[in-house]
Design a protein around this ligand. Structure first.
Ligand code: NAI
Ligand code: MG
Length: 354
């Protein structure tokens, strides 16, 4: 357990994880919210100190906590390990064991950052969307899956795409609730013209819509959604979709608003408890160089205050401070600037006080 300087080494994980989590903890501490911080090793770091990427003590601490702030896992030195001992198993294990079925990924363009987007400034400037991605079902977890040999002697791989109606209803409700708290528009993305799973998805989402007459529901095929995200992303408010389509669309959306170092995420269970992490990984190429952008993790901490700790005002203060810092022209290396990780944390803390 620790606060302020030095915090983050443990639950921060590998590579740049500890550096960016340390800055988020500094920002949270500066807000003086009376939070209790406890840390536990995770990822390749945990493998080295405890022999497993997700030690039982770490999982138990995460289960006890009101919310989890996570950095990143992934360590090239662990490449030779068997799959179950690789650092990435830690984040998959946390999602699975804690029932974190809903992944919220907001994407919006901060003022002054239009030049960082891959899109034309006037197109990028309209982006303010939230992707609600189902996280524990779909083709990633469906069985049977595996390899076999066909009658012709060819190697064949197969996976099963599946959702039951309760899983769809659960994520659909969160989609409607999220849209209700935003601009009141929900777009459900599927592939109902081809997939049976998607036809059930569309049926169930349409049924749930009756409970949310104040939300405008539309449906879109995923291939069209991929196109529309680049053509006219300003049309989207809230998107709800399955695990596979959400994985792809949320990465695509992230690149429409600049750097991967800016994008936060929340992974929530049924009671609103959550794990909060930047969408990026451990970035071994820049680890230990004070070059990582800490804003994605600082914005993840803001999501944590809002979604799990009932501190929406404090969350809004952090988000306003980040927007002010970016509007002032402060840039880390990923955005073409020269400001270091810790100095960026200093800027955000200074903006909080302003
Ligand atoms: P990555 O996101 O770590 O890095 C991709 C590129 O973006 C790199 O050039 C990196 O320098 C840059 N980058 C990432 N975050 C940045 C930040 N905050 N500021 C500035 N630049 C940043 O993805 P990559 O390289 O594919 O994976 C590296 C390791 O991270 C792998 O072991 C992978 O498995 C793991 N990973 C872990 C995740 C997690 O913990 N949830 C998610 C994604 C990858
Ligand atoms: Mg992905």
């Amino acid at each position: 357990s620790g606060e302020g300087a030095g915090a983050g080494r443990d639950i921060g994980g590998d590579g740049i994880g500890p550096d960016v989590v340390a800055q988020a903890v500094r920002v949270l501490t500066a807000l003086d919210l009376g939070l209790d911080f406890a840390e536990a090793p995770v990822g390749g770091h945990a493998y080295r100190v405890a022999g497993h990427p997700l030690p039982p003590e770490t999982l138990a601490l995460a289960a006890r906590a009101d919310a989890i702030l996570f950095g990143a896992v992934g360590d090239p030195d662990c490449d030779g390990l068997e799959r179950q001992l690789r650092p990435e198993q830690a984040i998959l294990g946390l999602r699975r064991e804690l029932g974190l079925f809903a992944n919220l990924r907001p994407a919006r363009l901060f003022p002054g950052l239009a030049d960082a987007s891959a899109l034309r400034p006037e197109v990028a400037g309209a982006i303010d969307l939230m992707i609600v991605r189902e996280l524990t079902g779909d083709v990633y977890f469906g069985t049977p899956r595996g390899r076999r040999t066909t009658a012709d002697g060819l190697r064949e791989g197969f996976d099963t795409m599946r959702y039951d109606e309760a899983e769809i209803a659960r994520i659909a409700r969160l989609g409607f609730e999220t849209a209700r708290g935003r601009r009141g528009r929900l777009c459900s993305v599927d592939k109902a013209n081809v997939l049976e799973t998607s036809q059930l998805w569309r049926d169930v989402v349409t049924e749930i819509a009756a409970e949310y007459s104040d939300v405008a529901l539309t449906h879109m095929y995923v291939d069209n959604a991929a196109m529309q995200l680049v053509r006219a992303p300003g049309q989207f408010d809230t998107i709800v979709t399955g695990n596979l389509f959400g994985d792809i669309l949320s990465d695509q959306a992230s690149m429409c608003v600049g750097s991967i170092g800016l994008l936060p995420s929340a992974s929530l269970d049924a009671a609103g408890k959550g794990l909060y992490e930047p969408i990026h990984g451990s970035a071994p190429d820049i680890a230990g160089q004070d070059r990582a952008n800490p804003l994605a993790t600082i914005l993840s901490a803001a999501m944590m205050l809002r979604h799990s700790l009932g501190l929406a005002d404090a969350a809004a203060r952090i988000e306003a401070a980040v927007a002010a810092v970016l509007a002032s022209g402060a840039r880390t290396a990923d955005l073409g600037g020269t400001i270091g990780t810790a100095a960026m944390g200093d800027r955000v803390i200074a903006a909080l006080a302003a």
